[in-house]
Design a protein around this ligand. Sequence first.
Ligand code: HEC
Ligand code: HEC
Length: 244
Amino acid sequence: MPMKLTTIRNGVILMVCSGAASLFAATLDLSKLPLPVPRKVDFEKEVYPIFAEKCIECHGPAKQKGKYRMDTKEGAFKAGDSGSFIIPGNSEKSPLIHIVAGLIEEGLMPPPSDKKGESEPLSKEQIGILRSWIDQGAAWPDGPIKLSVKKVTFKNDILPLLASACASCHGAAKQEGSFRVDSRDALLAGGKSYGKIVTPGNAEKSTLLMIIAGKDEDLPEPEKHKLSPKQVDLVKAWIEQGAE
Ligand code: HEC
Ligand code: HEC
């Protein structure tokens, strides 16, 4: 029988306190959980980047949906009325894992979105990484987290994005405004009336960001020029890292 988030969490508590494991097993199909990855995982390199990519926008400094935040150790391990979401040493019983694996009806995180590409569930590999981290003791070093920033490149990240969003009008077939996005050189060269719209290393001076954020009201087809906030962030990171 599928159960709602709160019920399950009460179930977890019950189980933790009374050891009634059978009650727990009867409510969740743990056989659906992806397996832990069979290796030692690194929190800063592998685990936190998953939180940063998939969770922090709603559970971080800006917003704490469900009163839960995951950018600090205290927040992530905080025990509420119904216990902690992370049970070090036991990923199978950690509600966080049940939540990201979609075992709990209407409780999947990140919450599904109608917009394509906006909210992908965690992959089996990512869930496996979180499971191994918890099974290996859920170590979370004190102090600020040192994130290794992923290098955003034109070839791997920007070209695929613009090819699907813009190339029908600014590519091989058509070049509206003499502007095309199918090579880095062309994108950096800009179009006939706007000129250069990318200033490598300087997001504020880069008109491209205004355009894809939907803030340029002079262009035709406004909805074709607007990208999702996540896609805008990616282009911004690319420009800030030097637009290579
Ligand atoms: C787009 C916003 C959004 C994203 C992204 C998101 N969450 Fe949530 N999360 C919510 C909302 C809204 C709630 C409150 C749901 C409720 O109370 O029913 C919530 C609640 C939670 C809770 C608390 C549930 C409870 O019963 O108190 C946990 C744990 C959680 N999320 C984990 C995660 C994890 C892990 C990720 C990333 C893999 C994630 N969330 C990504 C919006 C989000
Ligand atoms: C459905 C067609 C269409 C799509 C898709 C489209 N555009 Fe355009 N774009 C236009 C038209 C039409 C113009 C105006 C051309 C003119 O003024 O001659 C234009 C103009 C521009 C210009 C100004 C060029 C100049 O200097 O004159 C830029 C920059 C631009 N678009 C960027 C983009 C980006 C980035 C995307 C993808 C996120 C995109 N466009 C998607 C149709 C489109």
